[in-house]
Design a binder for this molecule. Structure first.
Ligand code: FMN
Length: 232
């Protein structure tokens, strides 16, 4: 049997009617940060497909240093919400913001207060020893691209896979100040570093195209001083 065909989608993951195929560009451009969720549960098979896809991400030296704790237990999600709120309140109070950002803060308040109803919390950890750089060391500061860049592609891929299956996600790093408590709650051993919490669930209101500034003023053609020559 062809080993590639044996291990690769779609052979392993035939699409079902509830998991219809989406065009990649539709997926990538309609993946806003989801902060309003329904409480509809996510089928374990869907969760597995999302994680299998995340696992295909690149990483420095192919270290694959990610670990995912999938939290479905209601009480544990409630504890995570409490930790998130502990960090969220001082964060939002410290911010001086534009009207657009103030609106986002109101949605953030709602999100923080309703986190426990989001059916799946994916808590992502980095296996530090696999990175061969001691956390907090001078090399850690200069090597951050390789270190953190070895885990965020997996997170993004997880979010894209979720979106392709109709599941909304939010990238959040707000739990980081409460890493010790989060690890104690989830029984995570010492050498793993908390990277992100990705709440995951079906959206309350669907997916919209998120706002972004045009990319072209930030694209340079071979030299910083030359703008990319856009075709009319
Ligand atoms: C590294 C990173 C950390 C983030 N942390 C949080 C967070 O803790 N809480 C939150 O509500 N959103 C968080 N976000 C989401 C951003 O606010 C969001 O990506 C940005 O506002 C764009 O949102 P949009 O895609 O819905 O337009 C984070 C995003 C990134 C990339």
């Amino acid at each position: 049997m062809n080993p590639v065909a044996a291990t690769n989608w779609p052979e392993l993951w035939p699409a079902t009617s509830s998991q219809s195929r989406m065009d990649f560009f539709d997926v990538a451009t309609t993946m806003p940060t989801m902060r309003r969720f329904s409480d509809r549960a996510i089928d374990p098979r869907t969760i597995e497909r999302i994680l299998e896809t995340a696992n295909m991400a690149p990483s420095g030296s192919n270290a694959q240093p990610w670990e995912f704790v999938i939290v479905r237990d209601q009480a544990a999600r409630g504890e995570i919400q409490k930790l998130y709120e502990l960090a969220w309140v001082p964060y939002k109070d410290s911010a001086t913001l534009s009207p657009r950002a103030q609106k986002a803060l109101r949605v953030g308040d709602e999100f923080s207060a309703s986190l426990a109803i989001v059916p799946v919390h994916v808590v992502v950890f980095l296996d530090r020893p696999k990175m061969r750089v001691v956390r907090g060391s001078p090399e850690d500061l200069t090597n951050f691209g390789a270190t953190y860049g070895s885990v965020f592609p997996a997170i993004e891929l997880m979010m894209l896979a979720a979106r392709a299956l109709g599941v909304g996600t939010a990238m959040t790093t707000m739990l980081s100040p409460h890493e010790v408590e989060t690890k104690a709650l989830l029984g995570v051993p010492g050498l793993y570093q908390l990277i992100a919490l990705i709440p995951m669930g079906y959206p309350a209101e669907g997916f919209k195209r998120p706002f972004r500034k045009p990319v072209w003023p930030r694209v340079h053609d071979g030299h910083w001083s030359r703008a990319w020559p856009r075709r009319p």
